[in-house]
Write a protein that binds this ligand. Structure first.
Ligand code: ASP
Length: 401
């Protein structure tokens, strides 16, 4: 995110509050601007999920063939991502950032009681007609279809190359369209937030501070418990040495909000400071920068809890399970660029029928949350290298150094 863009977001945020306070309920006149933005986000979702997940799975499939290394790394990625989202949900539960506001959502009332129980919900993930899933926008079914397509493409190999290339092309196009739509984020924030502030008063914004606090606490817990334990147990490395070694890359991630952009620094730190071999780091880190995002997973958990509480929606156990699953997938699908986690949040919200309006609220503080999650994302990638390498002699040399 360019500085100019950050400034626009901030300006939109402040302007929305001012307009909301001054004009009160009359601020709802600009609601169409917000709706315009929401419609644009919604129209991206289906092709974006389909193409990015197919591409993600086909890439992981070919990488797996590289063998043990890929298997170990992907296993580690999945376990830590799942812990991260669970932690995020837990933090959202403990801190209750959105509690006590209880906005009635116009037009998009959510009926949590509709869920038919865990087994039926899980069975329902399998579409009987994938085309219907695409046309009705059934996110979970689309994901199921995409994963299977990806596996099929990997298994068929050469003959499926045109299909693979089609999805690769489509995903690039969808990323491009997304980045165009993202330019309208300031407009969306303004159009959605001003009517909310106008109708309910500025106190509706207080919970955002709680979101940041919940995120900071969850991030500290994840980094200090999960990564410390992992590098110590599997990598035989002193956690202090690990954090000190990766600190420069984590700072760059904090400032740039981009795992991909930080990749060269992450590589340098893991090789030079942590003593990880070139072979491991040049394979695990690019893969990790694309599919391993624990910080993003924590964020999905907290954001969903926040939005559910904010709009007074009680999530059922089945829905929480879906969020855990979807949040993990969202963190896998998110690109290592600023704001990607926010876009993927639309997918998780849609899957459990939560109002996308929540995005406008959280978008105002997204940059701060992005700094935190991107740092965690790259620390997680580095920890994967140390774990996969598992106490090789070169690392011992570095440890002594
Ligand atoms: N900015 C994050 C990253 O690059 C992705 C996200 O937005 O969650 O890792």
């Amino acid at each position: 995110m360019k500085r100019n863009f950050m400034f626009q977001i901030l300006a939109a945020f402040i302007l929305a509050i001012i307009v909301g306070i001054i004009f009160g309920e009359r601020a709802t006149i600009i609601q169409p601007l917000g709706d315009l933005f929401l419609r644009l986000i919604k129209f991206i979702i289906v092709p974006l999920i389909l193409s990015t997940i197919v591409v993600g799975v086909t890439n992981a499939g070919s990488i797996k063939k590289i063998g043990n290394l890929g298997g170990k790394a992907i296993g580690y990625f999945l376990v830590t991502s799942f812990i991260a989202i669970a932690l995020g949900l837990f933090a959202g539960f403990v801190f209750q950032p959105g509690a006590g506001v209880d906005l009635a959502v116009q037009g998009e009332a959510v009926d949590a009681s509709e869920t038919e129980g865990v087994i039926a919900t899980l069975l329902n993930i399998i579409p009987t007609n994938p085309v219907e899933a695409l046309t009705t926008g059934a996110v979970l079914q689309i994901i199921f279809f995409a994963i299977f397509l990806g596996i099929g493409i990997s298994l068929v190999g050469k003959k499926a190359l045109p299909v693979q290339q089609f999805f690769e092309g489509l995903s690039e196009v969808m990323y491009k369209i997304t980045s165009i739509v993202m330019k309208l984020v300031p407009l969306g924030i303004f159009g959605l937030l001003a009517p909310i502030v106008g109708t309910y008063g500025p106190s509706v914004l207080m919970p955002l501070i709680k979101v940041i606090i919940a995120m900071v606490v969850a991030v500290i817990v994840h980094v200090s418990l999960v990564y410390s334990a992992a590098v110590k147990t599997f990598g035989k490395m002193n956690p202090y040495h690990f954090f000190k070694g990766i600190f420069p890359a984590a700072s760059v991630a904090f400032a740039t909000c981009s795992s991909s952009g930080t990749l060269p620094v992450t590589m340098k730190n893991t090789q030079e400071n942590l003593g990880v071999s070139k072979g491991t780091s040049s394979f695990v880190l690019p893969l990790g920068a694309t599919i391993n995002m624990d910080g993003t997973a924590i964020y999905q958990g907290i954001a969903v809890m926040f939005i559910a509480q904010y709009f007074g929606v009680e999530l059922t156990m089945a829905q929480i399970l879906i969020v855990a699953l979807m949040g993990t997938l969202a963190s896998i699908g998110a690109a290592g660029v600023p704001g990607a986690g926010l876009i993927m949040l639309t997918m998780v919200l849609t899957a459990v029928n939560l109002p996308l309006e929540g995005i406008a609220l959280i978008a105002g503080i997204d940059r701060i949350l992005d700094m935190l999650r991107t740092s965690v994302n790259i620390i997680g990638d580095a920890s994967a290298c140390v774990v996969v390498e598992g106490g090789k002699p070169e690392m011992a040399v570095k440890k002594g150094a």
